[in-house]
Design a protein around this ligand. Sequence first.
Ligand code: G4F
Length: 345
Amino acid sequence: MTKKALITGITGQDGSYLADYLLSLGYEVHGLVRRVALEAPETRFSRITHLLDRVTLHPTSLESYASIFHVFSKHDFDECYHLAAQSFVAESFADGFSTMNMNINGTHYVLAALRELRPRCRFYFAGSSEMFGNVNEVPQNESTSFQPRSPYGISKVAGFHLTRNYREAYGLFCVSGILFNHESPRRGFEFVTRKTTSTVARIKLGLANELRIGNLDAKRDWGHAKDYVRAMHAMLQQAQPDDFVIATGQTHSVREFCEIAFAEVDLDYREFVKVDERYYRPAEVDLLIGDASKARRVLGWEPTYTFRELVKEMVASDLAELRSESAGGDFSRKGAKVQSSTNHV
Ligand code: G4F
């Protein structure tokens, strides 16, 4: 029988790759989207343009329990991937309140609606390596304690505990993936990797002359988002619900990322990168490196991209995108299957 999955955050990097992956496995895919997204599909749906005619979108507010309840009352999903969040760490310092509201209450609303209406539906929560924060062991695994360093990290720790609590208290199949940084050509421009590769492309084509950046010495365990969505799916196929760290096991500094990205277009990063205090955070997570041996053992999961391949692909994609924009490339509008909610939301 065809499995039915719901993805919150389907328009984001991970949601779009997960939708691609689930469709390739024969799933019926649904996604929650903000109502405002329907007003600007060219930008808001840019990552899912190619699959708009194969997914069903539900305009829903994650800030409204009624809105989420309505979607679950209409559809019997087998799996729910809760990826929607305010996911930019720097923004969480600027507005911790909305990050907390969206990330904690949004997660709680989805869990509560599942418990009430669809207790059979399996639930995935997008946890984060930001939960480890000021790490007390290297590398970090499922037993490493959480010492978050940002409102975002704190909100993810709360979501992780909510997910575990619904599993333990109500017997729901709820799991958290503790995913380390994962990037791709679909990454948002505010994150350091895409900010770098898009600026490298602009510099190469003579459209910019510098990259202003913050802490070059921060180290992250960067993988490819395409690899990481396979792990999300695998977690929901297990006999028992459990939490998993997903990471490459290698760490690189922001400086190394810049060095390789600029070298890809035969430029020396030292000539273009300018450190700018504005991009420093009030509290930084200096070093993240994950130990995904449990995922390898239990899920049979392996990353397929190396760090260099990831940087190379992102630079090549940004160059190609910019060249096609300059040549007058266009967004081809496709009709989305949108299911309207009732007027009570
Ligand atoms: O790319 P970032 O903004 O990602 P960050 O903060 O590590 O968070 C990402 O990964 C998490 C998984 O661990 C996710 F949960 C989270 O949602 C998000 O996807 O920053 C990476 C590092 C930081 O140390 C930051 O201080 O790069 C440093 N950095 C230096 N200059 C910068 C910049 N980050 C950004 N965004 N912009 C800069 O100019």
